[in-house]
Ligand binder design. Structure first.
Ligand SMILES: C[S@@+](CC[C@H](N)C(=O)[O-])C[C@H]1O[C@@H](n2cnc3c(N)ncnc32)[C@H](O)[C@@H]1O
Ligand code: SF4
Ligand code: SF4
Length: 325
């Protein structure tokens, strides 16, 4: 049986304005002096053409770039909704360009989930982590939440942050509960090592104990395709150097790419630890599932709101202990 990805992740723009310390995209864009341009109409139309007869569950137009730099993004979302009305369109942004006009255009286009990648426990922490202006991003996050309330918008807003050194769970708890009061959903996830990109440096950034040192099977080679702005298909968002050669949608059909020899090796390798250890990138990849405290538990811990001051004091002490894990 021929497989087809259920999740389409693509790159609406070629570069990112930010330069997060835990994501190679901004750094690589600067090093390679890459020019900013939107996905070509030809690549976008090919994506639609090659997926329209398939059942797609999610579309994520945020592969390795800052998607709000793409002026055509709201029109692209409308097109996805036209051909895949049941697919969830889930967009992640660093929120620097999230003004009122863009927000309302995204709502109007039918966006289902807006993920705001924000590290704002305090100004210093945020700016060191993402190298974007704290006041600007905080203002944009607050504005989006106010507009959601004002216009009674259904679209889900999720503030998405990463647990890394320099902030305690107690600080994340204050951050999370204040944003929840404004109507945001919160997600705090452990840091990924970007498929080994950071080598030993990663230990200096991350917090949390790993369950195991062995590679861990991943659903992405089965479920999720990653298409760059020029039509190139990469293994996943972590193949920054295009180590795994898979294909280009302008030359081959997605269904053939997804069932070619390279993809088969990556798909079957997820079910066999010996094979997994031999797969470039996957063999070094530390993702959320490898941590003792995963994203769901971290999120539950930091979103707990306690009114009673004494109970709150005890809860903060409890978080101090959990922070050791
Ligand atoms: C690469 S970004 C592209 C979209 C946009 N620039 C943004 O930051 O939301 C896509 C997602 O990767 C996440 N991400 C980046 N570095 C990460 C890391 N080291 N571990 C886990 N997630 C990471 C971001 O939080 C974001 O949700
Ligand atoms: S995580 Fe997003 S905002 Fe940060 S550098 Fe990567 S692509 Fe840019
Ligand atoms: S395990 Fe492999 S496919 Fe999955 S995220 Fe890591 S590098 Fe990508």
């Amino acid at each position: 049986m021929m497989l087809f990805p259920k999740i389409i992740e693509y790159q609406p723009y070629s570069i990112c304005n930010a330069n997060c310390t835990y994501c190679p995209v901004g750094h690589l864009n600067r090093e390679q002096k890459l020019k900013g341009n939107s996905i070509s109409q030809e690549v976008f139309e090919t994506l639609i053409e090659q997926t329209k007869s398939q059942k797609i569950e999610r579309v994520s137009p945020h592969l390795n770039c800052e998607p709000l730099l793409c002026k055509e993004l709201p029109d692209q979302i409308k097109t996805w909704k036209k051909y895949h009305p049941n697919a969830i369109i889930d967009l992640s942004t660093n929120a620097v360009f999230l003004n009122e006009k863009m927000f309302l255009n995204l709502v109007d286009a039918g966006l289902d989930i807006l993920e705001l990648h924000y590290m704002g426990v305090n100004k210093d922490y945020h700016e060191k982590a993402m190298k974007t202006n704290y006041e600007k991003v905080k203002g944009n996050v607050d504005l989006a939440l106010e507009l959601k309330k004002k216009y009674n918008v259904k679209m889900d807003i999720v503030v998405f942050s990463h647990r890394l050194k320099g902030a305690s769970l107690s600080q994340w708890n204050d951050f999370a509960t204040s944003l929840q009061e404004k109507g945001a959903r919160i997600s705090l996830g452990p840091l990924w090592n970007r498929a080994g990109w950071y080598g030993k440096e990663f230990e200096k950034k991350r917090k949390g104990i790993l369950k195991s040192n062995k590679p861990y099977p991943c659903p992405k080679p089965w479920n999720q395709i990653a298409v760059e702005h020029d039509g190139e298909v990469v293994l996943c968002s972590l193949d920054y150097k295009k180590v795994v050669k898979i294909g280009n949608i302008l030359k081959n059909n997605i269904i053939d790419i997804w069932n070619n020899e390279v993809m088969k090796r990556y798909q079957e390798g997820q079910n066999d630890i010996k094979k997994l250890k031999k797969l470039d990138l996957c063999n070094e990849c530390i993702r959320g599932g490898r941590y003792l405290i995963n994203e769901a538990t971290l999120t539950k811990l930091v979103t707990k709101k306690i009114e009673n001051p004494i109970a709150k004091l005890f809860y903060k002490k409890y978080l101090q202990v959990i922070d050791l894990f």
